[in-house]
Design a protein around this ligand. Structure first.
Ligand code: NAD
Ligand code: DAU
Length: 339
């Protein structure tokens, strides 16, 4: 069984590759990644010598390259993680989000149609549902919640989901879609809330909280997400959407305070900055379907997962210091200076 994983040099794709090689002796993994600013070969270093693993640098939106890869590699399953993933960058410059997230998805599915596939899995996000109000804790996103995206990022992911469903209906492509809540864990790029706060706190730099820090996200340890995708590609029903989430809602400010406490840093580092444009208030997943159909439940409690994550950033300083000392500095300046 050969699985083509796109975006495997990124946060979740990288964790998924580590997970699959550990869990399945009989699977070969082919990673296709463009190596954008978010792609990092250091994330794949632990598996580079594994004979069951192969890496090819390519853009999923480049039809010729992708078709050549399918012709020579003949994958059985495709898991499409590759995407521009950061909401703030999509507000700054939406174009590349449309190209990679929508047209890239189309190219991947066209290749699957041309060369045949057992399963095409689209890694989507809870952000396609828009947001929920803070004063309605009884509301959750189910798979039947209408799509209602807020940012150029979530609109591009929602568009891709519609395209995947259209390829299922029109061409009988054997697809599945998963929509997951916020992940955290090792190899998370430091532009995102949790690793940014850990890195800044370790460097005694201000901790920039958007708005009042009241926005709520539903945090899931990345390995739990990987296990859910593994179950969906092997046992999930074709044509279906599966929500993945941890029933672990937390306000941003509480996460940041927890990180300060774990690292023994003062809360005086917290700095409230201008809010994100169109900032979604609350995400909350109802994971009943994947629980009932596939027996999936999150295994890592947030209190344990955040400790493990912080320890990983302490043990792997070179991984994130190489990033924040590179072109990331220009991004950080643009995004935060004078904010
Ligand atoms: P990431 O930004 O860390 O990694 C993205 C990877 O995709 C990088 O390795 C990058 O080089 C690669 N890539 C980007 N454009 C590409 C292209 N055109 N061709 C080939 N490779 C390309 O992202 P992530 O946080 O690991 O997210 C992975 C997927 O999971 C995305 O589809 C995202 O929408 C989805 N998702 C993320 C979260 C989260 O909390 N991070 C939650 C739910 C869903
Ligand atoms: O819900 C799933 C989504 O989670 C994924 O689809 C996205 O790819 C992923 O980036 C993530 O999106 P968010 O916008 O929720 O994640 P981010 O880490 O950027 O922000 C989390 C919250 O923290 C959000 O409310 C904004 C806030 N925030 C973020 C940063 C980077 C801050 O307050 N300060 C910051 O510096």
């Amino acid at each position: 069984m050969k699985i083509l994983v796109t975006g495997g040099a990124g946060f979740i794709g990288g964790n998924f590759i580590h997970y699959m090689l550990k869990e399945h002796d009989d699977h070969d993994i082919l990673c296709v990644d463009k190596l954008t600013y978010a792609g990092n070969m250091e994330t794949l270093a632990p598996v580079m010598d594994d004979p069951r693993f192969k890496f090819i640098k390519a853009d999923i939106a480049d039809r010729d390259s992708i078709f050549k890869i399918f012709e020579s590699e003949k994958p059985h399953i495709v898991v499409n993680f590759a995407a521009e993933s950061h909401v703030d960058r999509s507000i700054e410059d939406p174009g590349i989000f449309l190209k990679t997230n929508i047209l890239g998805t189309q190219v991947m599915m066209d290749a699957c149609r041309q060369y045949g596939i057992m399963r095409y899995h689209q890694v989507s996000t809870d952000e396609v549902y828009g947001d929920l109000p803070l004063d309605r804790p009884d509301l959750f996103f189910t798979e039947n919640t209408p799509i209602h995206a807020s940012s150029p990022y979530s609109a591009s992911k929602a568009s891709a989901d519609l395209l995947v469903q259209a390829y299922y209906r029109t061409f009988d492509l054997p697809v599945t879609i998963s929509r997951c809540s916020n992940n955290y864990g090792p190899y998370h790029f430091p532009e995102k809330l949790i690793p940014l706060m850990i890195a800044n706190a370790l460097n005694d730099k201000p901790l920039p909280v958007y708005g009042k820090g009241e926005n709520v996200r539903d945090w899931l340890y990345v390995e739990d997400h990987c296990r859910a995708i593994d179950l969906i590609i092997h046992k999930g029903r074709v044509g279906e959407v599966y929500n993945i989430g941890g029933h672990n809602e937390m306000a941003n400010i509480d996460i940041v305070k927890m990180i300060c406490k774990e690292l023994g840093k003062p809360e005086s580092l917290i700095t409230y900055v201008t809010d994100r444009k169109g900032h979604d208030m609350r995400y909350a997943i109802d994971p009943t379907k994947i629980h009932n159909e596939l027996g999936w439940l999150p295994e890592t409690k947030f209190a344990d997962g955040i400790k493990k994550t912080i320890q990983w950033y302490l043990d792997n300083r070179a991984w994130w210091e190489n990033i924040i000392n590179g072109e990331y500095q220009y991004y950080y300046k643009r995004m935060y200076e004078g904010r």
